[in-house]
Design a binder for this molecule. Sequence first.
Ligand code: SF4
Ligand code: SF4
Length: 85
Amino acid sequence: MPYVICEPCIGVKDTACTDVCPVDCIHPKRDEDGFEAAEQLYINPDECIECGACSSVCPVEAIYEDSDVPDKWQSYIQKNAAHYQ
Ligand code: SF4
Ligand code: SF4
């Protein structure tokens, strides 16, 4: 089950997660096109290896494993995936 970035990232976007992801599947990164315009970052569900490193470093607890996403943020599962479609 891939990890998912939820609402608390909005307005924070400190990129702590992108620094620790071993497979570089969280975007947009600070130096990529679209970073300033993006309201939050997104995890590519097809590339995430479910290591949990990102979740551990997020200062606002925005990142959950797919199966543990709180009910109020279920839409973020599709929102993350949609960023890569
Ligand atoms: S769980 Fe691991 S692989 Fe998946 S996005 Fe987070 S750091 Fe990257
Ligand atoms: S560490 Fe958390 S708040 Fe920071 S960019 Fe990643 S998901 Fe957003």
